[in-house]
Design a protein around this ligand. Structure first.
Ligand code: PBG
Length: 330
């Protein structure tokens, strides 16, 4: 009998060995918590398809944000639900926009918490698309790229005027990163960083979010602006363009079905990479856990670690606060 010379199991024998040779670290520092804000007072509406998540009004949101900071999570990203929707998403860029009031309230309640705002129009338009809808060359209603840029600029400026620490355009219009960067620089906000949803796919995993943000498209889908799930090279081009246009952080979204994109982006680019573990990815684990089919905590930490391992520095996740607590217990 010849004995195996190389024994991979030697360094797996106990927890100290495993800790010493662990290659990937997950920390609360890596996490960003998405939050939804709507009009009203004292509101805390549970989002059914995303157990543990709520639509808050500005007052309850600010309280909750203090708790987020208290768990050691460094940042939140805000999504707004307006009072009224219209074709041009007017409430997205009004000076008293819901997200602007939320930013001010959070900055008062938890000054050190980094407040990122999602810049997009789908929550604010009555048709639910991410921009201004016109007819395209085929005679089909479609989002007009350049008309949308004007509105995204106004929205980003409104958020930053209100005190947002970072803006994150998620609309997938061409040229929006450069347009918003120029506008911020021109308004004296050269020091405000921009996180671009660069490789954002037209994914089935956004379903629960659209319930949370009340933003499903009323006709058609988002495939004329979000990416085709089949494409990888195109993602690298999108990321390269956003970096050229001035993105400080680039994002891949969703996360799990696109870990190859994350890993390729990590190899190719040297800017901080973010991944969005989206609502549907979260919901499938929650649903399985509710049935007793999966251990939520173990699954969550395994998933978040795998996203880190693939190359993400930052993870936007609905588990941010739970994960921060789990990591502190460990
Ligand atoms: C806005 C936006 C969406 C998400 C983040 N920003 C929805 C969409 O594009 O339809 C999805 C996030 C999630 O599913 O958790 N455009």
């Amino acid at each position: 009998m010849t004995f195996p010379r190389t024994r991979m199991r030697r360094l797996r024998r106990n927890a100290s060995f495993r800790r010493m040779v662990r290659e990937t670290r997950l920390s609360a520092d890596n996490l960003v918590f998405p939050m939804f804000v709507r009009p009203g007072e004292g509101v805390r509406n549970p989002i059914t398809s995303m157990p543990g998540n709520f639509q808050f009004s500005v007052d309850t949101l600010a309280e909750e944000a203090k708790g987020v900071a208290g768990c050691g999570v460094p940042a939140v990203i805000l999504f707004g639900i307006p009072e009224h929707k219209d074709p041009r998403g007017t409430e997205a860029y009004a000076s008293d926009a819901i997200v602007c009031r939320a930013v001010e309230a959070i900055k008062r309640a938890a000054p050190d918490l980094c407040v990122i705002t999602d810049v997009c129009l789908c929550e604010y338009t009555d048709h639910g698309h991410c921009g201004v809808v016109t007819e395209n060359r085929d005679g089909v209603p479609d989002v007009d790229n350049d008309a949308t840029l004007e509105l995204l600029i106004k929205e980003a400026l409104a958020h930053v005027n209100a005190g947002a620490d970072m803006v994150a355009p998620s609309d997938m219009m061409d040229g929006r990163v450069g347009a918003i960067r120029d506008a911020l620089d021109g308004a004296g906000y050269a020091d405000v960083p921009l996180m671009a949803y660069s490789a954002k796919y037209a994914s089935s995993f956004y379903g629960p979010f659209r319930e949370a943000a009340e933003s499903p498209p009323q006709f058609g889908d988002r495939s004329s602006y979000q990416m085709d799930p089949a494409n990888a090279l195109e993602a690298l081009r999108e990321i390269a363009l956003d970096i050229e246009e001035g993105a400080d952080i680039v994002m891949v979204k969703p996360a799990l079905a696109y870990l190859d994109i994350l890993a390729a982006a990590r190899q190719r680019f040297d800017v901080p990479l973010a991944a969005y573990h989206v609502s549907g990815e979260f919901a499938v684990v929650k649903a399985a856990a509710a049935n007793g089919w999966i251990d939520e905590k173990r699954a969550a930490l395994e998933i978040l670690t795998s996203i880190r391992r693939a190359g993400a520095s930052l993870i936007l996740t609905y588990w941010a606060c739970d994960a921060a607590r789990w990591l502190a217990e460990a």
